[in-house]
Every structure is written in structure tokens, then in C-alpha cells.
Design a protein around this ligand. Sequence first.
Ligand SMILES: NC(=O)c1ccc[n+]([C@@H]2O[C@H](COP(=O)([O-])OP(=O)(O)OC[C@H]3O[C@@H](n4cnc5c(N)ncnc54)[C@H](OP(=O)(O)O)[C@@H]3O)[C@@H](O)[C@H]2O)c1
Length: 295
Amino acid sequence: MRILVAGGTGFIGAALCARLADADHQLAVLSRDVLRVREPALGVARLDDLAGQPPWDAVLNLAGEPIADKRWSTARRSRIRSSRIDLTEALGDWVRRLQVRPRVWVNASAVGYYGIAESDEPVTEAASGDDSFSSRLCRDWEQAALQAETLGIRTCALRLGIVLGPDGGALQRMLPAFRLGLGGRLGSGRQWMPWIHREDVLDIIERCLANPHLQGPINCTAPNPVTNREFTRTLGEVLRRPTPATLPAWAVRLLFGQMGEELLLSGRRVEPQRLRDTGYRFRFERLESALADLV
Ligand SMILES: NC(=O)c1ccc[n+]([C@@H]2O[C@H](COP(=O)([O-])OP(=O)(O)OC[C@H]3O[C@@H](n4cnc5c(N)ncnc54)[C@H](OP(=O)(O)O)[C@@H]3O)[C@@H](O)[C@H]2O)c1
């Protein structure tokens, strides 16, 4: 297939491009810094640079300003939103102008879609969100992507959990403290942390490309979500390090503001219902085996 990837230089995107290139797909990566695009993908700085190219079979949209590494100032909130929603709309406008349109569009979104309610009830794709920043962000981002459906393009909105991989993402931020035996739970530790191994994310994206029956929202989370308390204990066990510390909720709020409240102290018990219905078999179903593979 000929595939255009936005965000193909990122933690998920770079691994995905390597996998797709190995499978002999032809790739172009839309990037603000084309020097970071790895061969054999073609790096493009602007969509107009693709003029004159043969038609594209698929669009994969994984771009977005990092959301979990700093406090959400007003300027940052605006960058987080525009790097996702404006870019998705720009991709949509480009696709609309094409004579031959892609058959499939796969868009990243996140389990933040389901909001921040404190609850142990399992959440499937049928659930709705709330008025939190992350829920509104995911809703608006998905709505922008799902416009492609009106052009007859099959569109998959991946609601990603915390993606675990060896060279980036949340795990890379947690490991230094845990390796020193300073890891610990956040707040009560009762908030859910729906997680997924990056290899499963790549498998699911390949499945979305190939399976004409997959479309709409798809929860990309392993079938056994854990609470923050269980995550902390398991990571400590896998590393054979104690996890005695607790960062109290007030300290998380003081350090990280609303970002801490929504992304660190809240989390829903998300279930991969749609993937289950389609018979997807996860490579990593349990957190212990995923972490053992990664650390
Ligand atoms: N990793 C996770 O655990 C996780 C969980 C849920 C949802 N997601 C979502 O999945 C997508 C991919 O995740 P990731 O972890 O691979 O993200 P990432 O490593 O932060 O990379 C995302 C890419 O987005 C582009 N980007 C960054 N800031 C941008 C900006 N201001 N304007 C336009 N483009 C910008 C960058 O590409 P260039 O520098 O090449 O332009 C970057 O390579 C993200 O949208 C993320 O929100 C990730």
C-alpha cells in the first residue's frame, strides 16, 4: 500500500513506519523536521509537496504535541488542541481535494475520551465523555477525523491507552525513579491505568489497514487494565525494586495542576470490546508479561 503517516517520527509512529517499511509498504511521513524521517520513507514538510505523486491508499494520523510532560498553561492547551485538531482538519481538506482518495484513515485518539469520573465500572466504546479538557480534546479530534467518513473513507479512531514501549512514552518517564527504588503510587492509587504494549498497537493498526470491517471508535487497551496501585506493584516486582513511596494527590496537583488531575490521578477502566468482538488476539494480555518483555 501507499501510506501517508503524520506523526511518523514519534514514539509510536517511528516503530510503525519501520514495521510497515519491512512489509514493503511505500511511505511518506508528514513532519515539521524532515531530517528526522527515516528512510525508506519519504519526508514531506507540507501536504502540497505531495502534488504529482501517485494516489495514496491510506492515511495514518498520529501527530500531536506531547500532552503529559508539562503543566497545561493556556498557551500549551492551545498547542495541544491545534496540533491535533487543526492538523487533522488540514489532512481532511487535502484528502477532499484529491481526485483519487485513500480507502482508509486511521486516527490516534486516547482513552481520555471517557473523562475523569471516579468509577470502577468497565467502559466500552459505547460510553460517552465529560467536560474535562482531555475528553473534549479527544471528542473534537475524533470528530475532525470522522469527517473522512462523509467522503466514503473508512475511518478508525483508535482510543489508545497508555502505550508501553522500550524507548519512550510513559514507561521511559517512570523507569528512572522505579529503578532507584523510589517508585510509588500516585494519590489513592485506585485510578485505572488502561495500558497496551506498543507491539499490539502496531498489530492493531495493520489490522485496521487490512480489515474492511473495522471502523469507528476502537479501544486500544489490553484486556486486563490495572489500577495505579497494581501498576506500581507490578513494575516494582518486575524490576525487583521496592515501591514504598506515595506521591499524595495534593502534591500531584501542586506539581502538575490540571494535567496531573486528569492524566495522573484519574483513569477509567477501559475494555477493548470492539477488538474482542472482532477476535483480535493480544500479544500481551497481562501487565507482568508486557513489562517483563520491555524492561
Ligand atoms: N504514547 C501514548 O501512550 C499515547 C496514549 C494515548 C494517545 N496517544 C496519542 O497518539 C499519538 C502518537 O503518540 P506518540 O506517543 O507516538 O507521540 P509523540 O512521540 O509525542 O509523537 C507525535 C508526533 O507528533 C508530531 N508533533 C509533535 N508536536 C507537534 C506540534 N506541535 N504540531 C504538529 N505535530 C507535532 C511530531 O512529529 P514531527 O516532529 O515529525 O512533526 C511527533 O513525532 C499522539 O497524538 C498521542 O496523543 C499516545
